[in-house]
Design a protein around this ligand. Sequence first.
Ligand SMILES: [Zn+2]
Length: 336
Amino acid sequence: MGLSQLLGQDAARRQLSGILTSGRLAPSYLFYGPEGVGQEEYAVAFAKAIFCPRVDGDFCDACYVCRRIDHRTFPDVIWVELRDDKNKGKANVIEADQVREELVERAGVSPMQAERKLFIVHPAEAMSLSAANCLLKVLEEPPSFSHLLLVCGNVNRLLPTLYSRCQRIRFVPVPTPLIEQSLLDAGTEPETARLAAEISAGRPGIARRLAERNLLEEALSLLREVYKAATGDAAAALGISTAMGKDRNDALDGLALLRTLLFLALRAAETGQPPAGSLSKGIATVAKTAGAARLTAALTASLAAEEALRGYSNVTLSLDTVVGELVGASTQHAAS
Ligand SMILES: [Zn+2]
């Protein structure tokens, strides 16, 4: 195991290998790209490669240190992440207090087991303005043994001064066939692997998460709700939003599934050819019922809903728009 075993990202891997073999770490790094394309996995791998005592410039993934980094119990790798409160649920902002407590106050304290310390802020774009300003102060005078890694899924939401201060490593979407093959290698059933890879839009983490679920069944039941909406049944809105789940990740997965089904239906409506496999009949029916115009509008609305949720906004409103487009509300409106 090592960096070469990770999926895709050849350019980023080459850059990281260069940094790791030189042995000279910059004070701060920014791993950025579309959310979920691999920057999190690479952040863990980078941490292991810095601290693994067995391999120079890479990691073994088997030793005590590598395993403790996996379990988030290695004391010199400190994660600053969205807090998960039992009562309040998961926070969607990293506030200044948290950055002060978990990072600023600890950055000057000597490492416990290694010669350096690595602070990983994830997702860095979730930092409030004052949290980001707190972090900037550390970046201005970094203690020599402390290093910072910002993991970012939306660089447009990051304070420009943070962006410019870090050494940047860019991550790009992973090609769908590569993701599909990795799922097949892991033993996923072929039709699920193909659908999960397609839905993931270049994000291997999402594909893996989806492949563990009963994806085809979920797709079929969501297709039924989409069909209901397309026949003008407004109650389908509830079914569709239930399918999105409560947690942000569930909602993102659900929206990605919805977007893919709408896309497949649109393609079927335009070419008259639904995809092969167990979804074929459902997609053909939706394509025929909704028609290309309404599917295009619903697809556009679902992309906007995904964008809204990635920006940590409330998704319910945007979902209503998706269903509205399927029902044909705006087309009816325009016709009247
Ligand atoms: Zn190791």
